[in-house]
Write a protein that binds this ligand. Structure first.
Ligand code: ADP
Ligand code: MG
Length: 223
């Protein structure tokens, strides 16, 4: 309706896809529980960022997303929050050891930043997060994954493959997949894609591996 169009116009947001959830202008409208809302407030966030306003309700509705917004616009939380809710919705959380939420990142710096961001919000639910990337001990990462398992795993592709080969983990439980900075990692497969820029070849691949994705972009990045 008109109000939705107005909100998107004000945010310089472009949305495509059928039956897209409406943007939410405040945290209170996301449908998050008290525990998550409290940590968000505790971190001093007063309002969702532009990409969060639209990507969170779409992700909460279970849709695949191709999200494009500039660096520093809060894309990490935009996928971490719905991922946490999704994991908490799983009935058989106890069973299995591999992650339910999997995030692929192109570099270890990025993987480690995502890990930090995920941890601060996962804590309120007691969910376990691990990060694996090159340049650190495989044995230490192996040990971190083995006992009791984890719910969220962040990693660079090469080291993730190593961990699976070593049987430190497996992806059988994964039902929420994120490819962060997909433009820097276009040779892989996924469901929720976030990027600051989005070249044509990434867009083509993203269309192939997602199902009726909702494309959300802020400003004219990647156009
Ligand atoms: P991006 O992935 O889009 O480059 P990040 O997810 O790394 O951006 O977020 C940039 C910074 O903004 C981080 O320090 C993060 O904690 C912070 N942030 C995220 N969401 C909000 C918000 N709603 N309000 C204030 N700060 C936020
Ligand atoms: Mg990011």
């Amino acid at each position: 309706d008109e109000r939705v169009k107005e909100i998107r116009r004000e945010l310089d947001m472009h949305v495509s896809g059928a039956d897209v959830a409406k943007p939410c202008i405040s945290f209170a409208h996301f449908g998050f529980d008290e525990a998550l809302l409290n940590v968000i407030i505790k971190h001093g966030y007063s309002e969702p960022t532009g990409i969060q306003k639209q990507a969170v309700p779409v992700a909460m509705s279970g849709r695949d997303i191709i999200g494009i917004a500039k660096t520093g616009s809060g894309k990490t939380a935009a996928f971490i929050w719905p991922m946490l809710i999704h994991i908490m919705d799983q009935e058989e959380l106890q069973k299995g050891e591999g992650p339910i939420g999997l995030i692929l990142a192109p570099t270890r710096e990025l993987a480690s930043q995502i890990y930090t961001e995920a941890k601060k919000f996962a804590k309120s639910y007691g969910l376990r997060v691990a990060a694996v990337y090159g340049g650190a001990s495989k044995m230490d990462q192996f040990k971190e994954l083995r006992p009791g398992g984890i719910e969220i795993l962040v990693g660079t592709p090469g080291r993730l493959i190593d961990m699976v080969k070593m049987k430190a983990t497996n992806f059988r439980r994964v039902s929420f997949l994120v490819l962060d900075e997909a433009d820097r990692m276009f040779d892989l497969g996924f469901a929720l894609l976030f990027s600051a820029t989005f070249p044509k070849k990434v867009e083509i691949l993203a269309r192939e591996v997602t199902t009726e994705p909702v494309r959300i972009s802020i400003g004219n990045v990647g156009q």
